[in-house]
Design a protein around this ligand. Structure first.
Ligand SMILES: [Zn+2]
Length: 234
């Protein structure tokens, strides 16, 4: 009599309690290796902004800091598979999905990174209290995936958020621009000298925090700073 191998038992057991479902649409995934179903993959709302000059994300930064390029890989649209995936990354501890989406971002950036070679990926830092509660920074996961795909190093020990700053949610747009300048701090400054840095964020809305970080990096001798987010809120 043949007994199933241990890993088969384990798979069946895991499936019973943690059904392998697509984080975008909740459909059952047939292939255990698959992270997202093919329908959700095919319908991801790509912007193509990385290859478009003067795209809407770049316009957010016009007249402010001298950003080299800015773009989001996807549109953020409420009640879509991508929005549900972002929710999983931010609030449901689905860290492997974050790395997976980072890899997809990396795929979309092949042409861009050949045109504008990137030296370092730097994730937008979370408020330390938030990172402590969540256990990780979702932008780190995105960087990890991009690094896997494109082989560009990433550093999450350079740009940090100061501890004694409030979160921004209740402030107006103008107040946010004015309040972010002392929120961030730089460490290991020598590592950014003369480098083209790609700042990685999850969702860009006003761009205020990202702009403050870019300004800080440029003030400390980064050669140029570009901004890339997973998604852009319409
Ligand atoms: Zn799906």
């Amino acid at each position: 009599m043949n007994f199933p191998a241990f890993h088969q038992w384990k798979d069946a057991f895991t499936h019973l309690f943690f059904p392998h479902i697509c984080p975008g649409c909740n459909s059952d995934l047939v292939n255990e290796q698959q992270m997202v179903c093919s329908s959700c993959m095919m319908n991801l709302p790509y912007t193509g902004f990385q290859d478009i000059k003067n795209n809407p994300v770049e316009k957010l930064f016009w007249g402010r800091t001298n950003i080299r390029n800015a773009f989001s890989v996807f549109y953020f649209i409420i009640d879509t598979p991508l929005q549900r995936m972002i929710h999983q990354i931010k609030y449901k501890n689905n860290q492997s999905l974050g790395i997976y989406l980072g890899n997809i971002m990396g795929n979309a950036l092949h042409h861009y990174s050949n045109t504008y070679p990137i030296d370092i990926l730097i994730p937008m830092p979370l408020h330390p209290k938030k990172e402590y509660r969540r256990g990780y920074n979702q932008s780190d996961l995105l960087c990890e995936g991009i690094k896997e795909n494109l082989g560009i190093p990433f550093r999450n020990d350079v740009l940090l958020r100061n501890f004694n700053t409030s979160t921004q949610t209740k402030k107006s747009r103008i107040e946010r621009w004015e309040n972010v300048s002392n929120v961030f701090a730089l460490h290991h400054v020598e590592s950014i000298s003369d480098k083209h840095i790609l700042l990685i964020d999850d969702v860009i809305t006003t761009g205020a925090s990202t702009e403050a970080c870019a300004a800080l990096l440029l003030k400390n001798k980064a050669a140029s700073v570009s901004i890339c987010s997973l998604a852009y809120t319409l």
